[in-house]
Ligand binder design. Structure first.
Ligand SMILES: [Ca+2]
Ligand SMILES: [Ca+2]
Length: 437
């Protein structure tokens, strides 16, 4: 099962897919039942683990981990630049672990590098890009009760590689230099024949659909609780850290972070832009952490498909005097606020988002209150209607869809039998008109 990771077409061989674990500290490929196959290697106390890896950064991570008891594990590297190769537990230098500083070996961590970790009875080796990096003696035999394997991560799927991995392979044998070079040079003879893995369903995220419903402040301290699905509740936003909204859309706070607060709650839901907003969303809000009046901080929403959106923001706090913001797409930041005051209520802004553009919200901090939530919905279709008075006293109405008229501005409305442009004689009774699609 694959968790918190995605496929990438960036591969060392230029074909197929790698697994990308860059964005999550808990990304991993977990092998449960199949992990017992590693006991074939344990039975002869001989194993070679081969894979390609490209680190985007090098915090303290593991590239693979078999349980129980850290049967097999490698840090590639740990945050100190050491590569560690652990077997049969940790961290005895005589029985379990070899390690060395790999910073100066010549590989660039951020490029694709090929690694092989070998234990051949008591002798261990680590190879990087077809060259022997380290060898040593560890006398602890491989455990023969292996039942779990995490690829790209440590025990329980944490401390995961921040980077990409490809062609992870385990051999119940000791690869020799020629075999290692063969893999490094792109040979596939040592791999088993390709199997059809289409049946191993990878759960794909559904495509983005409106409305996207965001509850600012979830179930953390100073929050009123998470809103029921399909609302996405955000406990807080850390500056420069993206938050996954699902379906490839994310939100990132820039300039400052946002923290939750929940005084003066309305204690009831409301309807904004035709959407029922639960009280869990209204009863709390996020405020700019440095909340001095006159300061501002942005939120950037990435990954929205191109389209016309109606972006609605709202604030539930019943004692906030005012709240303003700017909402725009791409580089079109307006000079001044364009929401109007949405304290104790809501405001909607129509935004056109082009392919690849970000949607922006800029919080204009006034020292009180904040923003309780955001609704990103499809913009209502623009229906045009115009009227021209002609020289002969008739009027010509040009409209989209169907023209309707009514004796009062509140109706009742009835369809007019005629197509646009429609010329109405001056003898007709005065009426209110509207176009409807
Ligand atoms: Ca909430
Ligand atoms: Ca305010």
């Amino acid at each position: 099962a694959i968790s918190n990771a995605e496929y990438s077409d960036d591969t060392p061989t230029g074909s197929g897919s790698s697994i990308d674990l860059t964005s999550d500290a808990n990304g991993n490929v977990f092998v449960s039942d199949g992990a017992a196959a590693l006991n074939i290697a344990s039975g002869i106390n001989e194993v070679s683990v081969s894979f390609w890896q490209k680190n985007s950064s090098t915090p303290s991570t593991s590239s693979f981990w078999a349980d129980p008891g850290r049967a097999l594990q490698a840090h590639v590297p740990w945050s100190n630049g050491n590569i560690y190769w652990d077997t049969a537990g940790c961290c005895n230098g005589g029985t379990q672990r070899i390690n060395a500083d790999a910073n100066d070996f010549g590989q660039d961590w951020t490029e694709w590098n090929h690694y092989v970790f070998i234990k051949s009875e008591d002798y261990k080796e680590i190879w990087i890009n077809g060259e022997l990096f380290l060898d040593g003696e560890n006398t602890g035999p491989l455990p023969t009760n292996i039942n779990k394997l995490w690829i790209g991560a440590g025990g329980n799927g944490g401390n995961s590689l921040r980077g990409k991995m490809d062609d992870f392979a385990v051999f119940a044998s000791t690869l020799d230099e020629d075999q290692i070079l063969s893999i490094y040079e792109g040979g596939t003879d040592l791999y088993p024949a390709k199997r059809d893995i289409s049946a191993l369903d990878v759960e794909e995220e559904p495509p983005f659909s409106v409305p996207l419903l965001i509850d600012f402040a979830g179930d953390g301290a100073n929050s009123a609780g998470a809103s029921p699905a399909p609302w996405v509740s955000i406990n807080n936003l850390v500056q420069d850290q993206s938050f996954d909204l699902g379906s490839g859309v994310s939100i990132t706070a820039l300039d400052d972070g946002f923290n939750p607060n929940n005084p003066a709650q309305p204690g009831e839901g409301a309807t904004y832009d035709g959407i029922s907003v639960p009280q869990e969303a209204r009863n709390d809000y996020l405020f700019k952490i440095a909340d001095a009046a006159g300061t501002s901080a942005r939120m950037r929403i990435d990954g929205l498909p191109a389209g016309e959106y109606h972006v609605t923001v709202f604030e539930g706090r019943t004692t906030d005097v005012s709240q303003f913001a700017k909402i725009w797409s791409g580089d079109d930041e307006p000079a001044t606020q364009n929401t109007g005051d949405f304290a104790k209520g809501s405001a909607s802004v129509r935004v056109s988002v082009a392919e690849g553009q970000s949607l922006w919200y800029k919080h204009l901090e006034d020292g009180s209150g904040g923003v309780s939530g955001m609704i990103i919905n499809a913009a209502p279709e623009i229906v045009n209607i115009s009227v021209v008075r002609n020289a002969d006293g008739t009027v010509t109405v040009t409209f989209d869809g169907t023209l309707q008229t009514a004796p009062t501005v509140n109706g009742p409305w009835s369809d007019v039998d005629g197509n646009s442009p429609l010329t109405i004689p001056s003898s007709d009774a005065a009426a209110f008109g509207r176009a409807k699609k």
